[in-house]
Design a protein around this ligand. Sequence first.
Ligand code: 7PM
Length: 286
Amino acid sequence: MTQLKCASRTLDLGRVQVMGILNVTPDSFSDGGHLYRASKLSVEQALVHAAAMLSEGASMIDVGGESTRPGAAPVSVQEELDRVIPVIERINAELDVVISVDTSAPEVIREAAAAGAGLINDVRALAREGALEAVAQTDLPVCLMHMQGASPATMQLAPSYQDILAEVKDFLQQQVERCAVAGIARERLVLDPGFGFGKTLEHNLTLLRRMDELNALGLPLLVGTSRKSMIGQALGREVDNRLAGSLATAALAVERGGRIIRVHDVAATVDVVRMTEAVLNGCEQE
Ligand code: 7PM
């Protein structure tokens, strides 16, 4: 079965793994404003949240310091470093969990690896100058995500596809080849269709319905639909009422071959994942 080597820890992708989302952007705490610095308090809050998700069954924690919200203001590299590095160091020192870092910046990739990160998660699929080389110089795995449009700031302006599955698949295949050329071993790659990144509701629904077609790429799939607007739009729910909708997409993603499920609500998702796996595989393997 596929093992993913994440720095000092190894993940068994023979079972579906749940990745808990840990936001360290200022809007996720009460600091507000643009002069945010990782205070002792915010690092402590992040550690408590990470520990809670670990106890609920997450095996990975995704630390993100850059808001990827459509239309969000760009964050300086220094600000991103100030937000995420102290949190990665603290979690690495205190908890037995794989730390993923949601970043596109080569400086953050390098410093996060040195601070104990176990996986690089880049919504821009290493498109930023120097990012591919930065990952190649570590031995960490990397998640390559599909996005239509150059950045989260513009991606939702007019999403358009002839055949979304074919286009997402071609894009991801091209990124796999680009990584091979840069010397990033295939065993280090995780792929992600990028729900909500340059996609309408109908695109997102089709992408999930036909996600099994991406298994032909032969690499583990990471899926992030948790609380996203596709659920809000389909159900008419605000962001704080999207748990049931998120769980439905998690079950469907597991059925279609998703190997890592990225979520806010870890405990409920772990139950859905275990139950879905029990139905798919039987209960022999515990
Ligand atoms: C605001 C809007 C804040 C959207 C955060 C988001 C993914 C990701 C994100 C994903 C991978 C969210 C997104 N989404 N990384 N980072 N896959 N690999 O809803 O789908 O979490 S940020």
